[in-house]
Design a protein around this ligand. Structure first.
Ligand SMILES: Nc1nc2c(ncn2[C@@H]2O[C@H](COP(=O)(O)OP(=O)(O)O)[C@@H](O)[C@H]2O)c(=O)[nH]1
Ligand SMILES: [Mg+2]
Length: 447
């Protein structure tokens, strides 16, 4: 499918740099470039060659010395004719170049439109397309590696295998419905059951992978809460390795939430410092406390910080990581007694940076499952998780029906078709009938 419009957009971020890349895609790309770079009329762009050339402004004036690379359709990212122009990296140069392209017949691209076209032209499926976006936004090398794997089709291949097994199971049923007058034979019952059970195992494994996949790919929000003056802001600063939040012995110093990014064992973490939780007549601080509560409720992990000078403490919540601060100024004997009674509490000194490395390890083990292996394939988005969950629901129903009498085989077919539709949300639609025709082609005539 080739779109009517030829689109243009900067492919590099806004700002000053050595180079900026402006990309065109569509069947008018080469014509637009001919107007922009008159020398390409005489010596046409060569497919997959980078050429140094001069851009001339519509006024006829020399504009910029650029490098143009042409990717002829269909062997390009979008499947259409693409021209990439590397110009000098000033936002003013980029803006003018875009204006000229529009003047010569391009339209400014919508967000994600290049990748959308790549999908529509069969260059990638939906998982690959959304992983391109996640790859671009990766905040750690592990996140980038995971998303690269998905862009290259690791999850799609996995799901295509599942799809094939579902279609095989469906073909057994369809065969019974179309051809056979008998009830499902025992061989076919066993074969179908085995297929469904293997599909179920794989779907379960994928669903389980979502938690870690999301945390690695999108990152985690770790919120530091506690009463005023316990050392939350000091802890934020030490965890992110910079003096981000103001710390002071005056209680109620932090009012707004303060965020700072860091990478912890491959997981991109956004640490959030919050206003200390207390009742206060100050309306600004009260607003801060309200924000703390919202942050706490939306966190992937809450670090509940307590002040060692103020214990005994109350309400240790097992779902949080409870950390006792200021151990540098605590009586050692008292602290040891306390830790014996509260073995889950992690002792630190944010100020003296004591036990911080071990706290980082504890945070990481709360964020990721124990058996996380970066070599495995993971679901990374909610959309994938929902589609796989839906698919599993239908497979479970199909399996339950499969156990009961042969008279209900039409119902099994309905469930299996629905299961396949839920995979279409990830892989793009494949007509089940087309695939079934293929499956039936392998059956002998008369069988
Ligand atoms: N002795 C000691 N003082 C600390 C420690 N952590 C923070 N403080 C001090 O406690 C006070 C309050 O710290 P701050 O980080 O602003 O607390 P917040 O109100 O919870 O954000 C400051 O004077 C810090 O220097 C620690 O580990 N040991
Ligand atoms: Mg603070």
């Amino acid at each position: 499918m080739i779109s009517a419009d030829t689109i243009v957009a900067p492919s590099t971020p806004h700002g000053f740099g050595g180079l900026a890349v402006v990309r065109l895609s569509g069947n008018k790309s080469v014509d637009v470039v001919k107007k922009l770079i008159p020398s390409t009329v005489v010596s046409p762009l060569k497919n997959r060659y980078a050429t140094t050339a001069s851009v001339v402004a519509p006024s006829g004036e020399f504009f910029d010395e650029v490098v143009v690379t042409y990717f002829k359709n269909p062997a390009s990212y979008t499947g259409e004719d693409i021209v990439e122009i590397s110009c000098h990296g000033s936002p003013a140069v980029v803006a003018s170049l875009l204006t000229y392209c529009v003047e010569y017949g391009c339209r400014m691209a919508e967000p994600g439109e290049f990748t959308r076209r790549a999908f529509l032209n069969g260059k990638m499926d939906l998982i690959q397309a959304e992983s391109v976006a996640s790859l671009i936004h990766s905040r750690s090398i592990d996140a980038a590696k995971l998303n690269t794997k998905l862009v290259r089709g690791a999850l799609s291949n996995n799901l295509n295998l599942l799809r094939e097994n579902l279609i095989k199971a469906l073909s057994l049923i369809e065969y019974e419905l179309d051809v056979s007058e008998e009830e499902l034979s025992f061989d076919r019952i066993d074969e179908g059951r085995a297929l469904l059970s293997s599909v179920k195992t794989s779907l379960d494994k994928l669903l389980f992978s979502y938690h870690d996949g999301r945390v690695i790919s999108a990152g985690a929000r770790v919120v530091i809460t506690g009463k005023p003056n316990v050392g939350k802001s000091t802890l934020l600063n030490v965890l992110v390795g910079k003096n981000r939040a103001i710390t002071n012995k005056t209680p109620g110093t932090t009012r707004d939430t303060v965020e700072s990014h860091s990478v912890l064992g491959g997981v991109p973490v956004c640490f959030v410092d919050t206003a200390g939780l207390r009742d206060t007549p100050d309306p600004i601080e009260t607003e801060g406390v309200g924000r703390s509560i919202i942050e706490r409720d939306n966190a992937d992990l809450v670090i509940c910080l307590i002040d060692g000078l103020l214990y005994p403490i109350d309400n240790i919540d097992v779902k949080k990581l409870t950390v006792i601060n200021k151990v540098d100024v605590l009586n050692k004997a008292d602290l040891n007694i306390f830790l014996k009674e509260h073995s889950d509490v992690i002792p630190i000194s944010a100020l003296k940076e004591k036990n911080i490395q071990s706290l980082r390890g504890d945070i990481l083990s709360k964020l990721l499952n124990k058996n996380f292996r970066s070599s495995d394939v993971y679901l990374t988005t909610k959309r994938q998780n929902v589609a796989i969950g839906t698919c599993l629901g239908y497979v479970n129903q199909a399996e339950a029906l499969w156990q009961s009498s042969g008279s209900e085989i039409e119902l099994i077919a309905i469930e299996l078709r629905e299961a396949l539709v839920s995979l279409d949300f990830l892989l793009g639609p494949t007509s089940v009938d087309v695939v079934l025709d293929e499956v039936f082609a392998s059956f002998c005539v008369g069988k």
